[in-house]
Design a protein around this ligand. Structure first.
Ligand code: AMP
Length: 217
């Protein structure tokens, strides 16, 4: 199935949509944020280099991103969701080059459109399972954990991510506007099809739209 590059501001729901594509349509989730957090957990050289940068919501260097990304991609060529990459025009260019190198030809962009106020509400409600990475949100009935704070799958107590706070959110949102938003136009100019989804809709509506896009293309 078509490879999807998800481009959206922080908290717009990239992780939730990715989870949906993985569970219902067998997609592989390629999240550069998760790959970097794995490096931090392993306490690798890359992990040590990115820990502080990430907790401040700043960008990790393009070279580090593509080192972890290329390793993760190996021979996978389809049904991939790129979540959190590219974050700037240089990375978009690097990703298109990587696709060429790996002979990946079938891909599209999905962008999520949502207001800043709605995003802020989500920041304070997000909880993560430390074991499986499943995401919950205390503001959404479809995303509530078990018994207030447990992972439905692992029964582990949930955690708040280091970078889930208002200051980090504001930095990340502005960084998105300055660096990532222009990537959408870059892809359009390079003949990549871009689909826009209204992310303030109910999850069920969003999921239907995503499903239609990947099934029709
Ligand atoms: P995410 O899990 O996508 O929200 O990413 C968490 C953090 O990882 C970001 O705030 C950045 O510090 C870093 N990061 C993830 N992906 C990238 C990327 N493509 N380029 C630069 N930094 C990234």
């Amino acid at each position: 199935m078509i490879n999807v590059i998800l481009i959206a501001p922080p908290f717009a729901g990239k992780g939730t949509i990715s989870e949906y594509l993985v569970k219902t349509l067998g997609y592989s989730h390629i999240s550069t944020g998760d790959l970097l957090r794995n490096e931090i957990n392993k306490n690798s050289e890359i992990g040590k280099a990115v820990k502080n940068i990430m907790s401040q919501g700043k960008f990790v260097s393009d070279d580090i991103i593509f080192t972890v990304l290329e390793e993760e991609l190996s021979d996978n060529k389809e049904s991939l969701i790129f979540d959190g990459n590219p974050r700037n025009i240089k990375q978009a260019e690097m990703l298109l080059n990587l696709f060429k190198k790996k002979d990946i030809t079938n891909y599209c962009v999905i962008t999520l459109d949502i207001k800043k106020e709605d995003l802020l509400k989500r920041v304070m409600g997000r909880r993560i399972c430390p074991k499986c990475g499943r995401t919950y949100n205390l503001n959404y009935k479809e995303m509530l954990p078990l018994d207030g704070n447990l992972c439905i799958d692992c029964k582990m107590p949930l955690i708040i991510r280091d970078d889930d706070n208002i200051n980090t959110f504001n930095t990340r949102y502005q960084t998105y506007l300055d660096n990532t938003y222009p990537v959408i136009e870059y892809f359009q100019m390079n003949d990549v099809t871009v689909f826009e989804i209204d992310a303030s809709n109910d999850l069920a509506v969003i999921f239907e739209e995503v499903k239609k896009i990947v099934s029709d293309n």
